[in-house]
Design a protein around this ligand. Structure first.
Ligand code: SDX
Length: 378
């Protein structure tokens, strides 16, 4: 039998069977459990979408009420975990803090009985509930501010803004953030979800599996791109610089952050939704020069690279929305993570229900059967 060919980055190689979400990269389609992302971002809250991803159906009013109450209960961080995050060095990046915090959550949470559905549910809900609070907590630690505990009666997005600023969250801001969380909640077998499933496959709890996933998401080629898009727009500085800046990137064979995708070969449907969100916000709160630069950059890049399937991805407009909400650039990727933990937990649950340890092969390129040489003869 001929040995299988290497596929760099396992591009397009199925790593699992899944029913959580579906992408058609040519048509620019994304569905969560069969529901088009456009429908969900227009009508659903993040809590509704988290339930849909975890359990496969939109929740009834009673299910959503009970789920929301659970998230409220589990959002309260144990004191030992708050003290741990307060001790983190302020020089760390918020994604490094989040990765450590999720492992820390596993240190203080009850041990998960992987064979018991109720225990699995409690653990996945605890991850989804606690992640935004952990992100906000480290932001305050870095600013030298006191911890603001989550408040009852606020949903995920509003509570994040409350825990971050300690002020009554603005309704438009909370609704805008909630929509962005829906758009970032899940995306089939991306690098960090794959990392989550690999860690899960060794029979790990969701804390450890999501901590591993956050490590993968941190990278600039994945979730870390949204932070770099804003820096990129800042570097360009003016509409008149866009073409020269892009020429320089092309000459240096450098990638433009926020463009291209392993699966989408057309504009990412989430980028379209986030652009609508940005337009809506700028209509209400006033535009920003970076948005005009972004539109010009999109025109230039797609003119030059569109024929190669390189278009804006989810990270291209998200940062403009978050910056308008007054959020710090390096918290953009943790916001991506606090949305995506719903998808990670849905995939963790799927992996647990039909688990097979991930252990791929390799194509060996090294030497064989070498004779040992003592150090005096080397
Ligand atoms: C996310 O997988 C997911 O679903 C991820 C995600 C999710 O929701 O989980 O959608 C979130 O990670 C979005 C992507 C965010 N990353 C960026 O914006 C970083 C910039 N993008 C690129 O790094 C790149 O497009 C990737 C990594 C996203 C995808 O790259 P591939 O599929 O591995 O393709 P490649 O790197 O092999 O590039 C193929 C060619 C190369 O040219 P050649 O060497 O063949 O001449 O296309 C070029 C690349 O140079 N190319 C780009 C480019 N992306 C690809 N050229 C310029 N700018 C770019 N952005």
């Amino acid at each position: 039998m001929s040995s299988p060919e290497l596929v760099p980055g396992l591009a397009g190689i199925p790593a699992a069977e899944s029913s959580v979400s579906f992408i058609d990269g040519q048509a620019g389609v994304l569905e969560y459990r069969g529901y088009p992302i456009e429908e969900l971002s227009a009508h659903s809250t993040y809590e509704e979408v988290a339930w849909l991803l975890l359990y496969g159906e939109l929740p009834t009013a009673e299910e959503l009420k009970a789920f929301t109450a659970d998230l409220e209960r589990l959002r309260v961080l144990p004191e030992a975990l708050v003290s741990m995050v307060k001790a983190f060095p302020r020089t760390g990046h918020p994604m490094q803090a989040l990765q450590a915090s999720l492992a820390g959550l596993g240190m203080v949470a009850p041990k998960v009985d992987l064979k018991d559905a109720a225990s699995r549910d409690e653990a996945t809900r605890r991850v989804i509930a606690a992640t935004p609070v952990l992100v906000a907590l480290f932001e305050r630690v870095r600013a030298g501010k006191e911890y603001v505990a989550p408040r009852e009666g606020l949903g995920t997005a509003a509570n994040f803004l409350w825990c971050l600023d300690g002020e009554e969250p603005d309704e438009v801001a909370a609704k805008t953030l909630d929509c962005a969380l829906v758009l970032h909640a899940e995306h089939t077998m991306n690098a960090s979800t794959f990392a989550c499933r690999v860690v899960a496959s060794t029979e790990n709890d969701p804390y450890t599996s999501c901590s591993g996933a956050v490590g993968a998401l941190f990278g600039p080629l994945h979730g870390g791109a949204n932070e770099r898009v804003l820096n990129q727009l800042g570097t360009i500085g003016d509409l008149s610089n866009v073409e020269a800046w892009f020429e320089g990137k092309s000459e240096r064979k450098e990638k433009v952050m926020g463009f291209g995708h392993r699966v989408y070969k057309t504009k990412d449907p989430r980028a379209k939704n986030l652009q609508l969100l940005a337009n809506e916000m700028f209509g209400k709160l006033g535009s920003t020069p970076k948005y005009d630069i972004a539109l010009k950059l999109e025109q230039v890049v797609t003119e030059k690279l569109g024929s190669r399937g390189i278009y804006p991805n989810v990270d291209f407009f998200s940062g403009l929305v978050y910056e308008k909400l007054g959020l710090a650039t390096d918290v953009f990727t943790p916001i991506f993570a606090m949305a995506r933990v719903a998808g990670y937990c849905a995939h963790w649950s799927e992996q647990m229900l039909d688990n097979k340890l991930f252990r791929p092969g390799q194509i060996y390129k090294g030497k064989r059967q070498r004779a040992y040489v003592s150090i005096d003869k080397r």
